[in-house]
Ligand binder design. Structure first.
Ligand SMILES: N[C@@H](CCC(=O)N[C@@H](CS)C(=O)NCC(=O)O)C(=O)O
Length: 204
């Protein structure tokens, strides 16, 4: 049995979605970030004091996108393809984590996450500009393929769309990147994504 720890209104959303794409039944323990994620029992699982975490038998993991790669590996292809396409999945997953997440989170924190008095419009604008520069790369890549690796949806799409999801849901303007916008809608309206979104959005 795979257990996913973390409220759906957190990065645990990505893992709940990935598990559904992989067809894996999970036990979902909605640990709240903050007090519950800093309790000693939980720190024994994830010493960072953050959510999500995952247990699969003796294996305990933190880092949402690593958890997703593990879940996808259990399902195998097409969710996690082999050979060169496996390397492409790692490329897009690391791109999501290192190039997209820091800049879009800078926008998100200063656009809607922080209390209004703590938001900095200049930081929001800089985060948006950095994100848009990177999304321009994705816009070109999607010119002749519906998903990141080609015809089939893979865990790379889940990981990148999962990183973009919170901001997209809050209305991040993608009109300058119409293919990214259409790809995002394609990803987020898959049956597995809609099932995970129900868990996340009913808490919004
Ligand atoms: N890189 C980690 C980030 C985890 C993370 O920061 N989670 C947030 C919730 S979405 C959290 O637990 N924040 C509480 C805190 O930082 O104290 C991952 O992707 O799993």
């Amino acid at each position: 049995m795979v257990t996913i720890y973390g409220v759906a209104r957190s990065r645990a959303f990505r893992c709940l979605w990935a598990a559904k794409e992989a067809g894996i039944e999970v036990e979902h323990l909605p640990v709240a970030f903050g007090s519950e994620s800093r309790a000693p029992d939980y720190l024994a699982l994830n010493p960072n004091g953050t959510v999500p975490a995952m247990r699969d038998g003796n294996l305990v993991l933190f880092e949402s996108l690593a958890i997703n790669l593990h879940l996808a590996a259990k399902a195998g292809p097409p969710l996690l393809p082999a050979g060169e396409d496996h390397s492409r999945v790692l490329q897009w997953t690391l791109w999501a984590a290192t190039e997209i997440e820091p800049s879009i989170m800078q926008w998100a924190r200063n656009a809607f996450l922080l209390p209004e008095a703590q938001r900095d419009a200049a930081l929001a604008a800089a985060g948006r500009a950095m994100t848009d520069r990177r999304l321009a790369v994705l816009e070109v890549h999607l010119a002749n393929r519906p998903f990141l690796l080609g015809e089939a949806f893979t865990i790379a799409d889940c990981n990148l769309a999962g990183v973009l999801y919170g901001s997209w849901f809050q209305g991040y303007d993608l009109s300058a990147a119409p293919r990214v916008k259409a790809w995002m809608e394609r990803c987020m309206t898959r049956p597995a994504a809609l099932a995970a979104r129900r868990l996340r959005e009913e808490q919004a």
